[in-house]
Design a protein around this ligand. Structure first.
Ligand code: FES
Length: 163
């Protein structure tokens, strides 16, 4: 068991006890997956096995739900999650150029994490900031009116912040 430290498992278990009284099994499972992702950053296999055990449901059902909701990360993610909005407003303002700049600068494709574990690149639908398109979100912060150069500058700021 690598990721599933006892402390985090205890927290997840306590959360499951707390919400298991809820009537709707599906939303209960989703709430548990949210909590697991908040604790681990993604949904580790060994942790999901234990969730399945405790909830007495097949692990395959958990993976079915987790993959249906794109929000959940099935693989470990980097310290910074970079989400590029590919919604219509952003797309017409050059989101594809922003995305290409990120792929080139980070040396990864969408869905991948850099080797130094500093960045994970994702695509998103409308992030609700169309007025400042094209937009990216890094963790929970929105940046708008970007072009390739501004995007690379932004990534460099995050690289420096790490030191
Ligand atoms: S389409 Fe990108 S923020 Fe709305």
């Amino acid at each position: 068991m690598t990721e599933a430290t006892q402390d985090k498992l205890d927290q997840l278990s306590a959360f499951m006890d707390e919400v298991s009284q809820k009537e709707y099994a599906e939303s209960y499972l989703i709430a548990v997956l949210h909590k697991a992702q908040a604790l681990y950053g993604y949904l580790p296999q060994d942790v999901m096995d234990q969730v399945a055990d405790k909830m007495q449901i097949p692990t395959a059902h958990i993976w079915g739900v987790a993959t249906f909701y794109h929000y959940f990360n099935l693989k470990p993610v980097g310290k910074n999650i970079v989400s590029v909005c590919m919604g219509t407003a952003c797309y017409v303002k050059g989101a594809d150029k922003v995305l290409e700049a990120l792929k080139r600068e980070l040396g990864i494709k969408v869905g991948e994490t850099t080797e130094d574990k500093l960045f994970t690149l994702q695509e998103a639908r409308c992030l609700g900031a169309c007025g400042i398109a094209p937009v990216i979100m890094i963790n929970d912060k929105i940046y708008g009116e970007l072009d390739a150069k501004k995007t690379v500058d932004l990534i460099n700021q995050y690289r420096k912040a790490k030191k």
